[in-house]
Design a protein around this ligand. Sequence first.
Ligand code: FES
Length: 185
Amino acid sequence: MTDFNYDKSLHLKKLLPKDAIDKIDNWIGKYPADRKRPPIIAALTIAQEHNGNYLTEDLMQAVAEYLDVPHIAVYEVATFYSMFHLNEVGEFVISVCNNISCSMRGANKVIEHLQNRLNIKVGETTGDGLFTIKTVECMAACGGAPMLEVNKVYYENLTEEKIDQIISDVTMLRSKKSKSTEVKK
Ligand code: FES
């Protein structure tokens, strides 16, 4: 029997903290009440940020219920945009563009070098949970091909040396962060 009094907002409220729900409400408020789909990207971004940087089926369902849109509408967005992750990922997601311009300028070599350097394949995460390698479609930086993105920062005109530098910079940044967290404890 259908429960007609079911509050569709409860599911997401159980999964996310109040400040995340407030942010989503803020995005919803930017659009006319009958325009329910435009906040999907923002809602998924916020949901992902609060869920260890990935989305689960349950979380996507809860977002759909909260926005009062079909589940498939949320799923389409989550699977279309490469910034959404549908599985657990490392702290730093290395997204390598392998679309035409980047492929012609050596994206395969970039991927091969990363795989050898990190000792994982595309789609995998290093044992320490630090890095995940993904391949993505064009990221609109074709003039700097081959390119990759690490957690929203673009790196262009890649060479093996540059890739090594990116990995060591990120690793150093991470260890500085954890040291400052230890000190604050
Ligand atoms: S093809 Fe790689 S950024 Fe456009």
